[in-house]
Design a protein around this ligand. Structure first.
Ligand code: ARG
Length: 468
């Protein structure tokens, strides 16, 4: 029988029973590794703002700020090299950084947590983390959109049977098929950008959830971190945690939905029975028993990972839906879902770009799909051109399906000239939308780097480990 565990751990915020510590820290000790850098950036801004606060005597001198920011910079560099440890006694990144600052700077380190709480600290960390993750994800989505555009432009008028209910329907083209996915991603990106804007607000100064009795400047700290503005009420600043992550993942779920359907189409159209397209061999996997196999595992996993991202969004929604206002520890468990959702989306987008870039088209196989019935609607509309009402033409063709003659697929593709159809695609418009997206995203990335560089007084990113 296990006796009651009495062992205690000394932590920065008091003694905690071992088992309670392990349970409450949960996965933070591991997950918070990804937040070390942003935690330091947040602290640099907080301390800078506090030093400018009009109280006598000032909380920090200019020299103090310099020492603290230098020490934070050292932690950031160590973190990038994998040399900064968050221990169980630390509980999380916030107390780990405070411990390291205090070890190095003594009382100065102990002052850094003035006028804030881990609640607004983790909220700002997650927002800074999400900011660059979203910008990078948007950049990757744009690269996938460009790959789809290139594919559409290269095979713009190559005939392909258009299907509804999976059954042959009407003449269509490879260009239209690929362009539809480039269009979908542009709409998905609009959702991601909206989530980005909601994310682009500073929660700092909210502290535990109710602000602090000190004349802090929340606008200043938002500006120092490159946020568009501070979140208005301090209570909402904390209540928005979880809700925001759910919104972000819900936007990303739409990206994953598009990817999953693209993956499904590719699996179908690359089956030997179709053979419309061929997947790049280097991105297919083999079988442990069947020597001939070249399986689309990547596409299958994209399909299942769309479920993962949506599920993560719903899980976070569920964590917060019954939470009373003010910080609740449940929020900590949203972190893993959030990080996993971001990672899953980004890696899925990237791998799909590789798949599309390597995709080849088999025009003969595509043409083989054009049985005469595919032209039934075109034939009916031809009769309309000769003066018949559409319904009469429809019935005429329906009653004489056996007599339908095959038409020229290419002519059918060329004949649909109206906006958005096989011969009326605005591929230049699609291309410019993606170029604009890339420009916007890289400008936002650069602006963030510049903001952090001025905050730290040295060029950021601090090493070239992750040059973007
Ligand atoms: N690791 C915690 C989280 O992710 C930090 C905030 C802890 N706050 C608290 N009041 N216990 O939520």
């Amino acid at each position: 029988m296990l006796g009651p565990m009495k062992r205690e751990h000394q932590t920065t915020v008091g003694a905690i029973q071992d088992e309670v510590l392990a349970y409450t820290a949960g996965r933070d000790v591991v997950l918070d590794q990804a937040l070390i850098e942003v935690d330091c950036i947040g602290s640099a801004a907080h301390v800078t703002m506090l030093s400018e606060m009009s109280i006598e005597p000032p909380l920090f001198s200019a020299e103090d700020v310099k020492s603290i920011i230098t020490a934070l910079g050292d932690i950031m560099v160590a973190a990038r090299k994998g040399e900064f440890q968050i221990t169980l006694a630390d509980q999380d990144v916030h107390l780990a950084v405070e411990r390291a600052l205090t070890e190095k700077l003594g009382d100065l380190g102990k002052k850094v947590h003035t006028a804030r709480s881990r609640n607004d600290q983790v909220a700002v960390d997650l927002r800074l983390f999400a900011k660059t993750e979203l910008l990078d994800t948007i950049k990757d989505i744009a690269a996938l959109g460009q790959a789809l555009h290139t594919f559409a432009a290269k095979h713009e008028k190559v005939p392909m049977v258009g299907r509804t209910h999976m059954q042959p329907g009407m003449p269509s083209s490879v260009g239209l098929w690929a362009c539809s996915y480039a269009d979908a991603l542009l709409e998905d990106v609009a959702l991601v950008q909206t989530a980005y804007q909601l994310n682009d607000q500073s929660p700092l100064g909210a502290a535990a959830s109710y602000g602090v009795p000190l004349p802090i400047d929340r606008h200043r700290v938002a500006e120092l971190l490159g946020f568009e503005k501070p979140i208005h009420s301090v209570l909402h600043a904390n209540n928005a945690r979880g809700k925001l992550e759910s919104i972000i993942l819900s936007a990303l779920s739409q990206v994953m939905l598009t990817l999953s359907r693209l993956a499904q189409d590719l699996m179908l159209f690359t089956m030997p029975e179709f053979g419309y397209f061929t997947l790049p061999a280097e991105y297919c996997t083999g079988s442990s028993i069947m020597p001939q196999k070249r399986n689309p595992d990547v596409l299958e996993l994209v399909r299942s990972r769309a479920t993962k991202v949506m599920t993560a969004s719903v899980a976070i929604f569920d964590i917060v839906k019954g939470a009373p206002s003010g910080y609740n520890r449940d929020l900590q468990d949203a972190k893993e879902y959030f990080m996993d959702g971001l990672f899953t989306t980004r890696t899925s987008v990237r791998i799909m770009a590789l798949m599309v870039e390597g995709l080849t088209v088999n025009e003969q196989a595509l043409l083989k799909g054009f049985s005469p019935d595919v032209f039934a609607t075109d034939r009916a509309l031809h009769l309309v051109g000769e003066g018949m009402t559409f319904r009469d033409a429809y019935h005429h063709v329906k009653e004489h399906l056996d007599e339908l003659e095959s038409m020229d697929p290419q002519a059918a593709v060329d004949a649909k000239t109206h906006y958005g159809a096989t011969a009326g695609l605005d591929l230049n418009g699609v291309a410019s939308a993606y170029t604009a997206l890339l420009e916007q995203t890289s400008a936002a990335r650069q602006a963030y780097h510049q903001t952090v560089s001025s905050l730290l007084g040295q060029s950021y990113p601090l090493t070239d480990v992750k040059a973007q």
